[in-house]
Design a protein around this ligand. Structure first.
Ligand SMILES: CC(C)(COP(=O)([O-])OP(=O)([O-])OC[C@H]1O[C@@H](n2cnc3c(N)ncnc32)[C@H](O)[C@@H]1OP(=O)([O-])[O-])[C@@H](O)C(=O)NCCC(=O)NCCSC(=O)C[C@@](C)(O)CC(=O)[O-]
Length: 302
């Protein structure tokens, strides 16, 4: 399979990156981060989630953040909606894409969204239908496609099963997520292959956390299979509240450096992206999780 010449990156920093943040992050800071990401050339940004504020307090300002963004044409703004209640609230904020999120492992599904995989699909089905009827695109996130914090290794058959259910209810594209960053290239390729039983490669996004430092290798392994949509998080922000110890997504800066170094287009200005990462890292009061950002900032400092 030839390596794609262009890659579409979805920055999930404002949502996945900040959802687990212990210190309050004002809506104005989240909005500024989104503005800086779009100014850097990101054309897909995952903004927030319409979930229970008791479960994920950091996302309680979802409506305010969506309302505060100065939208740029050509940019797709997505939000997470686990059920109809979340979808109805999200609809008021005019997202371009909604994300239903399930898991390949039963235990993670229960911990994360308080229901079994089968029940989650029953909840997602009317959300997907309503979104498509409203002209909103639908993505399905599939957590724990290689490993689960509660069940350990996850077999590719479980991934194929979930992907099949997502397809049946009308999900248009899916994320193959390594939620806890335990995957290595061959395991990730098997999860992608399993997903390909139901979705073409153009409708598969790689979503790799970097807990074990494998995310860039996994990105390359996915590229080698023709995957050209990836999620990443500026400054490597994040972690999932229901995946204890897991670190953030692979840093967008690191993925952009990898891709540009391979001659693959992203439409992203790495310097502006590094500034966006520095903005949020400064606010949070800690160094960026991006190796590339650290190297370039050191170089800039002389
Ligand atoms: C899914 C629920 C809501 C089910 O939670 P539940 O308790 O089963 O829901 P319920 O229907 O029984 O309702 C209970 C209460 O929640 C409220 N409620 C119910 N739904 C909503 C909603 N949409 N928005 C706001 N409030 C809601 C509802 O109004 C009620 O409020 P009360 O009467 O007690 O005051 C809950 O489990 C939840 O919010 N979980 C949070 C899950 C989450 O956000 N996880 C992180 C994102 S997933 C992720 O990060 C992984 C990903 C995508 O990045 C990929 C990867 O790396 O793996």
């Amino acid at each position: 399979m030839p390596i794609p010449q262009r890659v579409q990156l979805i920055d999930v920093g404002p949502r996945d990156g900040l959802q687990n943040e212990k210190q309050p992050v004002p809506a104005a800071v989240k909005i500024e981060l989104v503005h800086r990401l779009q100014a850097a050339g990101l054309t897909e940004i995952e903004i927030t989630s319409f979930v229970s504020p008791k479960w994920v307090p950091q996302m309680a300002d979802n409506g305010e953040v969506m309302a505060g963004i100065q939208r740029q044409s050509g940019v797709r703004y997505s939000v997470l909606t686990p059920n109809l209640q979340g979808f109805e609230a999200a609809l008021q904020t005019r997202p371009d894409e909604i994300v239903v999120f399930g898991a390949a492992s039963e235990a993670f599904s229960l911990k994360n969204i308080n229901c079994s995989i089968a029940e989650s699909i029953e909840r997602f089905a009317p959300v997907v239908q309503a979104a498509l009827a409203a002209g909103i695109a639908v993505r399905g996130a599939m957590s724990c496609t290689v490993g689960c914090p509660y069940e350990g290794d996850v077999a590719p058959e479980r991934v194929a099963y979930l992907a099949g259910l997502m397809k049946q209810i009308g999900v248009q594209r899916v994320d193959v997520a390594d939620t806890i960053g335990v995957g290595t290239p061959l395991k990730v390729q098997k999860a992608i292959q399993a997903t390909q039983q139901h979705f073409g490669v153009d409708h598969i996004c790689g979503h790799f956390h970097d807990t074990y430092g494998q995310a860039l290798s996994n990105t390359l392994a996915a590229l080698q299979m023709g995957v050209w949509n990836f999620q990443s998080s500026v400054a490597g922000l994040g972690g999932c509240p229901y995946a204890k110890g897991a670190t953030g997504n692979v840093a967008t800066e690191d993925v952009v450096y990898l891709l540009h170094g391979m001659g693959i287009e992203t439409g992203i200005d790495l310097d502006k992206l590094i500034d966006a990462g520095a903005f949020i890292s400064d606010f949070l009061g800690r160094p960026s999780g991006s190796r590339v950002a650290k190297a370039i900032l050191n170089k800039r400092a002389g």
